[in-house]
Write a new protein. Sequence first.
Length: 332
Amino acid sequence: MSDRMLPLLDLADLDAGPEAAERFREALRTATHEVGFFHLRHGIDPQVIGELFEVARRFFALPEADKRAIEMTRSPQFRGWTRLAGELTQGQVDHREQIDIGSERPVTGIVDPPYMRLDGPNQWPGALPELRTVITAWMARLEELGHRLLAQWAISLGAPADHFVPTFDPASILLKLVRYPGTADTPQGVGAHSDPGILTLLLIEPGKGGLQVRTDDGWIDVPPTDDCFVVNIGELMEVATDGYLRATQHRVTAPPPGSERLSIPFFFNPALDAPVPSVELPPELAARAKGVTRDAANVLGGRYGENLLKARLRAHPDVAARHHADLMASSD
């Protein structure tokens, strides 16, 4: 393991005058070109963070029958609770349980293109109604932050501040509450992967390690930083910049027996059917673009819906078999 640290950016710099804002944009561009990950000091009231983790703990403490009532296998949109060891990464079982919550949409009834099937309702636990209140408020807060960060990325890459806006009308949001229980049976909390979209804002339970990021120097541990998000870009941002920005692989190791780890990732992405918003880079940046990663096992699509559906079918084959058997048959 490398002892290299992730870059640290402070959101407050955007409100500290033009020079501080420009330094922020330069650091943002450098971090996501060189590493694809960084810490972002957010300045959010610790009470808000505490309330978020408290409601997550209460959800995972519900009787299993209450969680099974909203199990993901009931949802064609891949929303709801996934039991412990009910998800796969690169064909290997992840040792975690979670609930997936997304943008509330009406069911379109569209079958083709298949990714339009992913729009629809969430499943909320009847035994914990406050979960919906807390999570909905958190998602609104982070959607605003996501738009703000995308504007800064656009400017830093030589594009207008509103470059990404049309493809986020409406945004596709996905949030997970994730619990990693301690175990000695497997090192894999979640296996190595890159995210399929544009932007991820990850909140980690204070004091908890386990996240690892792949760099040119090897895997590095990401230490807990209690007042920060861990931020990374996804595969679509790599596509948009022809590989100038990096969608970096990451993983989580399972905690030791007798402990657990909670995390709350927020994925901020374009509408399912919106084409990726390519950025025309200035010559000095374009010269350092490495091209989009080529992997026959993970071909990157030009729309978020394509990448998301591919990831969902692989991670949740039980849901796919129950609700999308035609897609599984066509991929054989």
